[in-house]
Write a protein of this length. Structure first.
Ligand SMILES: [Zn+2]
Length: 536
């Protein structure tokens, strides 16, 4: 049977600014990642073109793609007025002569206005010839916000036949994005940063398939994360084919379609199952980090997150084979811890086999600690500790937290620790003061910098573990953790239903580590941590 072709619309070559020395970047590594993840082709631009000299980077990327049939060249353009690049039609002719299939623009970084006066001749020529323009629209990071939301409508109106591909749109941005997608059929986007819960299924229903693309943001992000998101989406294979590659093949007018990979011979069962989009059903899989909405309610001010109550989380996690999800309620960490603990308790009542609960207590409000602890752990059967500095602003080593951590220590509980302003020092103190609490450091995979700090703590304290989840799905960071501290110290978590769990799972399932390491991270380690709770 012919493979579903995966063609990545968002990848770049050459080192990028701010790259950690450990972060892999070479073309050889890109090609081997693509093979492991079964990604057949990638549209690539040069980071050198983005960050220094487009003309040099463009030439290099063209040479590279001539040698590697799985890579498809994308050039970076500047306006022509200063004679740095040819004017519109001539530039496009140079692209065609070199087999270049798309143009990426960085208006803010390259200091020009994205309007007709400045770059209109190029946009007009691209519209004429039918090749797409790519622009970063991240969300938080200024470096990946090259177009404002307000600019997108006028651009798509002014050039109604120009295909505009947005890179890096994040999951918080659905309310900005969807009305634009609905109005402008010439607007496209990819999911590397948009890991919204069930977003693929939702958008397919809402706007159809034609505007949805597969993108990874290689080499910064794990390509396996983006690949799994499309693979496991609850849509038919005919739909999957379009999002995975056919839409981009159409947009690029691609004639030489990258070839299939040889049949699967890996002995890694987790990798085999991921490639076939099957759930991991031969072991107990535990998601250590998740949040639920109130039963029957899914609206949330942070982001659009459909089906985010316990029923929705349990059902979504079943697609990848997660048996147990460890949850805290949104409202519990956000405003009303009492109501939050009731919601978590209800989730345990409704899904006793699938949900383990974190207690959420705000020391600013707790009056009677022994009554609260009894309610949470005896009456509600919660097991975890989930303090949350971003909302209550209390350092974790404050005496205000003492009764809770003391209780956790006495009963061997586990605590999921989100960053605070002085996180390393606070954790150092807690880890040695409460050796019987298993501390899971949340979001250890966010960046190499964070990972290295967390790894140091996990190396130093036997009760400290690194939980991975983050939107950045930083490429090869899990491999690094496993090398440094062993897979026994690494824990799988997804932060669903804020993010969809599938990309986080794909990040791990496609990691270049052994099957046994993956199984430790996916569930065996967390099982041991859970079994310690209330043990003698
Ligand atoms: Zn979280």
């Amino acid at each position: 049977m012919q493979q579903i072709k995966y063609i990545d619309c968002f990848a770049s070559v050459d080192r990028w600014s701010g790259k950690d020395s450990e972060a892999p970047w070479t073309v050889e590594k890109m090609l081997s990642d693509m093979e492991r993840c079964r990604i057949h082709g990638a549209l690539v631009y040069s980071n050198f073109a983005k960050e220094l000299q487009p003309s040099v980077g463009n030439r290099l990327v063209s040479e590279l793609c001539r040698k590697n049939p799985r890579l498809i060249p994308c050039w970076v353009a500047l306006p022509h007025h200063c004679n740095e690049m040819s004017e519109g039609a001539k530039f496009v002719q140079e692209m065609l002569d070199n087999g270049v299939k798309a143009v990426k623009l960085f208006p803010k970084m390259h200091r020009y206005l994205l309007n007709e006066r400045t770059i209109g001749s190029l946009l007009g020529a691209l519209q004429e010839i039918g090749l797409p323009v790519l622009i970063d629209r991240g969300e938080h990071e200024p470096s990946v916000q090259q177009i404002d939301w307000e600019e997108i409508g006028p651009l798509c109106t002014k050039y109604p036949k120009l295909n505009v591909i947005l890179h890096g749109v994040r999951w918080e941005a659905t309310r900005y994005l969807l009305p634009l997608l609905q109005q402008f059929p010439n607007l496209y986007f990819e999911f590397s940063n948009h890991q919204g819960n069930r977003i693929i299924e939702f958008l397919v229903e809402k706007i159809g398939l034609d505007q949805l693309l597969f993108g990874t943001q290689m080499m910064e992000k794990s390509p396996g994360a983006a690949k799994a998101f499309i693979d496991y989406a609850n849509i038919g294979d005919e739909h999957r084919r379009k999002i995975a590659g056919e839409n981009l093949i159409r947009l690029l007018k691609l004639e030489n379609i990258p070839s299939d990979y040889p049949d699967d011979h890996t002995e890694d069962i987790i990798l085999q199952k991921a490639r076939k989009a099957e759930p991991i059903d031969d072991m107990e899989v535990i998601d250590a980090h998740a949040h639920i909405s109130e039963k029957g309610h899914s609206d949330n001010i942070i982001a659009f997150m459909p089906n985010s109550d316990a029923a929705g989380v349990v059902e979504r996690n079943r697609r990848i084979g997660v048996d147990i999800t460890c949850v805290s309620s949104w409202i519990g960490i956000w405003t009303d811890y009492k109501r939050g603990n009731q919601i978590t308790h209800q989730a345990i009542v409704d899904f006793p086999q699938n949900i383990i609960g974190y207690a959420t207590l705000d020391p600013n409000d707790v009056q009677d600690w022994s009554a609260e602890l009894k309610r949470c752990y005896e009456d509600y059967s919660l097991k975890g500790i989930k303090p949350y500095f971003p909302r209550n602003r209390i350092p974790y080593n404050s005496s205000k937290y003492e009764p809770w951590f003391k209780y956790g220590h006495d009963y061997h509980l586990f605590a999921l620790m989100h960053f605070s302003d002085n996180f390393m020092a606070e954790m150092e103190e807690l880890a040695s003061k409460y050796p019987e609490i298993s501390f899971l450091l949340a979001h250890s995979g966010m960046t190499y910098e964070t990972m290295k700090k967390h790894v140091e703590l996990a190396r130093k304290f036997k009760n400290v573990f690194c939980e991975i989840t983050y939107t950045s799905v930083t490429n090869a960071v899990i491999e690094h953790m496993v090398r440094e501290i062993g897979s026994e110290k690494v824990i799988y978590g997804s932060d669903t239903a804020m993010r969809d769990p599938i990309p986080q799972f794909g990040w791990l399932a496609y990691a270049d580590i052994s099957e046994s390491d993956k199984r430790n991270i996916l569930g065996r380690n967390m099982r041991k941590i859970i079994d310690r709770c209330f043990s003698k």
